[in-house]
Design a protein around this ligand. Structure first.
Ligand code: GDP
Length: 440
């Protein structure tokens, strides 16, 4: 999905606008418990288009320090990763020097920018905007996030500025079997090094071609009979343009992850074993789980640690990422190449599981055994009856269980069924979703 970033000074009403635009149209599905939710980005459907809306101001990966919430930082992040930038000004106040600086940066962004002024609560307020117009913002849209005035117009401007949607795959065209992989992680985790390493391997066939987003370059790599499409490898190498501030680079890495994951089946979280797994790693992985992608954790820079220290690092990773106990951890070194082959074969394995369809007969023979081994516990005096199971979807797998009283099936029992499915059918690294539907 294209990324739309909201930027603006503190208190101009960015988060009120964010909530307005997201409204009840939020489309992120949370099937897994224990996943971090973030209020600073959300998928939005508006006028038949979908995009990911980001409140660049609210979203600071590591710090709540207001000094670091600078406008320049937001703009840097937005310019590097967004497709459309929404610049929010304050209609109730005369423009400040900061506004001038902000508009200067944005004019040079080379990206579509929508200028709007919040707190234009009445028609009269709109007429008093001449000061803001003097900033040189073309097509300024005065609006009120609080009262909903002219939000429609703002929505129309946003959707009109989005890049054209990727073409639908042609009817009858052969499906692309390449495994779509996003490599994500914090700055300096070793993402570029991994890509270089993959490109350097002799037996690999490489071909770079434009991806669907404007400047995304994907890299296709073939090894043996498997082919991989590494998504937006250009974006992995791209660093923030204006500053080198840590928090900027960090925020850019999150936006890049959001964008790349959108087109991926398998997400590789690359984490620095030497530095240790950070909060930010968990956040990025949480985004992949939110989107129901298959995940694998590459614990990189293993060459810097002896066996004992690496064991500790691995334990720490399991602990920090305990909300995905099912994600495989692959020890590796992008620098020496150790473990990179194992990473590729793990990706292949979990991609196959991600795409698997279990035949209904086999599924129900397994399900009978599961029920026999541990029948659903009684609740409200009666045990819910589970009749049969089908696989409704693949990539990722979704199972549907027909039951007499779905609402009475205890969470812990649902967890049990999910774990059994995972164990029995080899859904390593794959989110397994199970829905219970009533059948009386
Ligand atoms: P990115 O920001 O995630 O793309 O990280 P880079 O690939 O640019 O790597 C950041 C730094 O870590 C560079 O100095 C790399 O040489 C170094 N690095 C990457 N992978 C490894 C590794 O496996 N072992 C060691 N020792 N250093 C690594």
């Amino acid at each position: 999905l294209p990324i739309v970033a909201i930027v603006g000074r503190p208190n101009v009403g960015k988060s009120t606008l964010f909530n307005r635009l997201v409204g009840k149209k939020t489309a992120i599905v949370h099937d897994e418990p224990g996943v971090t939710r973030d209020r600073h980005y959300s998928d939005v459907t508006s006028r038949g288009r979908r995009y990911t809306l980001v409140d660049t101001g609210g979203f600071d990966p590591e710090s709540d320090d207001p000094m670091r919430q600078g406008i320049k930082r937001q703009i840097d992040v937005a310019i590097t990763e967004a497709d459309v930038i929404v610049c929010v000004l304050d209609a109730s106040q005369p423009p400040t020097p900061a506004d001038h600086a902000e508009l200067d940066l944005l004019r040079r962004a080379g990206k579509p920018v929508i200028y709007c002024a919040n707190k234009a609560d009445s028609q009269r307020a709109e007429l008093e905007l001449s000061d803001l117009y003097r900033l040189g913002a073309r097509d300024l849209i005065p609006f009120s996030a609080l009262h909903g005035r002219r939000i429609d117009e703002l929505e129309a401007a946003i959707t009109a500025a989005l890049p054209p949607p990727p073409p639908e795959p042609e009817e009858g065209a052969a499906p692309d079997e390449a495994i779509r992989v996003a490599i994500v992680g914090r700055p300096n985790a070793g993402k570029s090094s991994l890509i270089n390493r993959l490109l350097g391997e002799e037996r690999l066939l490489v071909d770079a071609r434009p991806g669907t987003t404007r400047d995304a370059i994907d890299t296709r790599i073939t090894k043996g009979k498997h082919s991989f499409l590494f998504i937006d490898t250009a974006g992995i190498r791209r660093k923030a343009k204006v500053t080198k501030e840590d928090s900027v680079v960090e925020a850019v890495s999150v936006l890049h992850a959001i964008r790349a994951m959108e087109r991926a089946e398998v997400v590789v979280l690359l984490s620095d074993a030497f530095e240790g797994v950070a909060e930010q790693d968990a956040k990025i992985l949480g985004l992949a789980v939110d989107r129901a992608r298959a995940v694998v954790i590459g614990l990189n820079k293993a060459d810097l640690l002896d066996k004992k220290a690496f064991g500790k690092a691995e334990e720490n990773a399991r602990d920090k990422l305990s909300f995905v106990p099912w994600a495989p951890i692959v020890p590796m070194s992008a620098k020496t190449g150790r473990g990179v082959g194992n990473l590729l074969s793990t990706i292949t394995r979990i991609a196959q599981a991600f795409r698997t369809r279990v035949p209904t007969g086999e599924l129900n023979r397994f399900f009978e055994q599961v029920l026999e081994h541990r029948p659903p516990p009684t609740s409200g005096g009666r045990a819910p009856r589970l009749y049969y199971i089908t696989q409704a979807e693949t990539s990722p797998p979704l199972f549907v269980v027909m039951a007499s009283a779905p609402e009475q099936i205890h969470f812990s029992y649902q967890r049990y069924v999910q774990n059994q499915l995972r164990k029995n059918f080899g859904f390593e690294g794959v989110p397994v979703r199970v829905k219970y539907k009533p059948r009386r």
